[in-house]
Design a protein around this ligand. Structure first.
Ligand code: PGA
Length: 247
């Protein structure tokens, strides 16, 4: 279907200026693999300097506020992170849904605000271990999708990341069958919501303990169009092979 693979690093709350060398080394690797689209979502403090120093990769933010401006101490608007150098933003990461109590309605509003500011968006979904063990993972994730999907969602600016919470930073990943099943279910729900053309063009990323050893197998699954990578994206040594696996 011609979906270009998308591999995005999420540095989370990691990275001082001294770590920008890793971003530049990752950029150099990405230059050699133009088949894949590669980006790094880094701390907002590093956006402008990183943006000025890279050629092949995009620079993204990890969150934005749903409002354009106002009395929201400590928050950043979509226009602010865009002006600082981000062309993409992650919304709805489970760490924000959990730590910052963001609801799916908040996530949809953030996605819309990002879109209005001209950002591309990665919208994250994922179930807890308790939900997985109760056999309700798919039901839960599709509920999150329907509650978080912004109006006017389309494949040219929105991608979806499935990240089971229990796989994030744990070294534990679902089986290939489990990943394939949920991604197939998400694609099916998108067909219902957006029509086949948009659904088939939209990129679905897997995230949660992606590494050099498992990336190739995960990215080969039919409805997996790349990955959202945390820990392994902090260094070129570990992220480079994941880019190669996608390319
Ligand atoms: P991880 O994080 O690759 O370190 O598991 C993924 C994520 O939270 O996006």
């Amino acid at each position: 279907m011609g979906r270009r693979k998308l591999v995005v690093g999420n540095w989370k709350m990691n990275g001082l200026r001294a770590q920008l060398g890793a971003a530049y080394a990752i950029d150099a690797i990405a230059t050699q693999h133009p088949d894949a689209e590669v980006g790094l979502c880094i701390p907002a403090t590093l956006l402008s300097e990183a943006k000025a120093g890279v050629k092949a990769i995009f620079i993204g933010a990890q969150d934005c506020h749903m409002n354009e401006n106002g009395a929201h101490t400590g928050c950043l608007s979509a226009a602010m992170v865009k002006e600082a150098g981000a062309s993409w933003v992650i919304v709805g990461h489970s760490e924000r849904r959990g730590d910052q109590h963001e609801s799916s309605a908040d996530v949809a509003a953030k996605a819309l605000a990002a879109r209005a500011a001209g950002l591309k968006v990665i919208l994250c979904l994922g179930e807890s271990l308790e939900t997985r063990d109760s056999g309700k993972a798919s039901e839960f994730v599709l509920g999150q999708l329907s509650d978080s999907l912004p109006d006017g969602a389309s494949a040219d600016w929105l991608s979806i990341a499935y990240e089971p919470i229990w796989a994030i930073g744990t070294g534990r990943i679902p089986t290939m069958e489990q990943i394939a099943e949920i991604h197939g279910d998400i694609r099916g729900a998108l067909r219902q919501a957006l029509g086949a053309e948009q659904a088939d063009a939209m990129r679905l990323l897997y995230g949660g303990s992606v590494n050099a050893a498992n990336a190739r197998e995960i990215f080969a699954l039919e409805d997996v169009d790349g990955g959202l990578v945390g820990g392994a994206s902090l260094k070129a040594d570990s992220f480079g092979p994941i880019i190669e696996a996608a390319a």
